[in-house]
Ligand binder design. Structure first.
Ligand SMILES: Nc1ncnc2c1ncn2[C@@H]1O[C@H](COP(=O)(O)OP(=O)(O)OP(=O)(O)O)[C@@H](O)[C@H]1O
Ligand SMILES: CC(=O)N[C@H]1[C@@H]2OC[C@@H](O2)[C@@H](O)[C@@H]1O[C@H](C)C(=O)O
Length: 369
């Protein structure tokens, strides 16, 4: 049986654009239809590493090699914790899918850069590791992102279509799953990053808990129109964004509350327009941290007349670790020589393989012997 032969146990590791921490999730999969989710863990970055990473991402300040090493070792530690929690030995895990952290994403210049030392992670954990998931797609002319859509498609195989999966992390992205197994995917707008940065600068808080500050403010229509006039919105997908693609300059003169309300409206309106350009889905399944912000969910419900707005958890998916699971899934696909991206998901000319395998020290010595 194909499924039995190819099924592997993999751990996916994701350090998202919000820079809040590392998500790790165990998945038993063949990289195709067989999906059995296992335990998962989310570990915030230690404050000191988070602050060095933020300086590197936001201000290009810091020692990249030292941060890459510390970030990799933080990933090794979360693998150790997940194995301990799950009562598993490392020998029971076939593969790690290590996304790393995006430092730069400029596909139009054929550049994308995720830091994370795959060889060091494989050596430290003793588990073979796949990393560098985006480079091959970008080199072939794709956007290199989003990569989660093939996993969304596998998860949603039995759902009525069309359905849209909306991920609101640091950046927002949409997977559109049409009635004939057609998949289209693209980044759609700012996600939570602008609102997070606003809260950090104005109030010293990492994010707007449950949208409370935004709820206390009013949307400034002029500022919102200015935000939505960004040229990104004129271009058809597939398309992708860097965390820092948008500027909050149009809200700078507003009160903290009105600025938050306007930035939140920007996130929701960008997502709404992007989805409705594809069609009217039966459901919009919201994942990522943004689904925890009830002000975002309420605004989405107001914005979609003909669709049901649901958090993915309502249909049994774990919205906190979907991306980590996806990189476990993609690592297995990489190892099996299956494409990670399609013309409809990243704009790459043809289905594209990707990922770089780092064997463990023991595996390397065995293959040399
Ligand atoms: N209770 C909450 N209230 C409001 N916002 C929340 C809440 N919980 C999480 N968030 C938002 O979700 C963000 C984290 O989302 P998530 O973990 O999906 O991001 P990420 O994985 O780093 O991003 P990406 O998908 O872009 O890589 C936080 O920065 C915050 O803005
Ligand atoms: C370049 C990069 O790291 N992009 C991330 C980011 O975070 C969300 C969005 O922007 C998406 O394009 C992508 O991550 C998800 C996991 C993806 O590739 O599907």
């Amino acid at each position: 049986m194909r499924t039995a032969v190819h099924t592997m146990t993999a751990i996916g590791l994701m350090s998202g654009t919000s820079m809040d921490g590392i998500d790790a999730a165990l998945l038993e999969t063949d990289g195709e239809a067989h999906l059995v989710a296992g335990p998962a863990l989310m570990v915030p970055y230690p404050a000191e590493l988070r602050s060095r990473l933020r300086s590197l991402v936001l201000e290009q300040q810091g020692d990249v090699a030292a941060i890459e090493r510390d970030l990799t070792l933080a990933h090794a530690e979360i693998v150790r914790l997940l194995l301990a929690d799950a009562g598993l030995d490392r020998a029971q895990v076939d593969l790690l899918g290590f996304h790393g952290h995006t430092l730069l994403h400029a596909p139009h210049e054929r550049r994308t850069w995720q830091i994370g030392d795959g060889a060091l992670l494989a050596a430290t954990t003793g588990i073979a590791t796949v990393n560098d998931f985006r480079s091959a797609d970008v080199a072939a002319g794709g956007q290199g992102a989003p990569l989660v859509p093939l996993y969304h498609a596998a998860l949603a195989a039995s759902l009525p279509k069309p359905v849209a999966v909306l991920n609101l992390g640091g950046v927002g992205n949409v997977t559109w799953l049409g009635p004939n197994n057609d998949i289209r995917a693209f980044d759609c707008g700012p996600g939570n990053a602008l609102l997070d940065d606003w809260m950090t600068t104005k109030l010293g808080r990492a994010y707007d808990e449950d949208g409370a500050v935004a709820r206390a403010g009013r949307v400034d229509a002029t500022a919102l129109a200015s935000l939505l006039s960004h040229p990104f919105f004129d271009v058809a997908g597939p398309k992708s964004l860097d965390r820092n693609s948008f500027s909050s300059a149009p809200v700078q003169s507003l009160s903290v509350e009105d600025g938050a309300a306007t930035l939140l409206a920007f996130t929701v309106e960008a997502a709404r327009r992007a989805i409705l350009r594809e069609g009217t889905p039966l459901q919009v399944l919201v994942t990522g941290g943004g689904r925890r912000n009830s002000a975002i969910m309420d605004a989405l419900r107001d914005g979609f007349a003909g669709s049901q707005i649901l958090s993915v958890d309502a249909i049994g998916w774990d919205g906190d670790v979907l991306e980590a699971q996806a990189f476990a899934y993609l690592a297995v696909r990489s190892l099996r020589g299956l494409p990670l991206s399609l013309p409809g998901t990243t704009g790459v000319p043809a289905p594209q393989l990707g990922g770089v395998l780092h064997k463990t020290t023991a595996e390397r010595s065995a293959s040399a012997a």
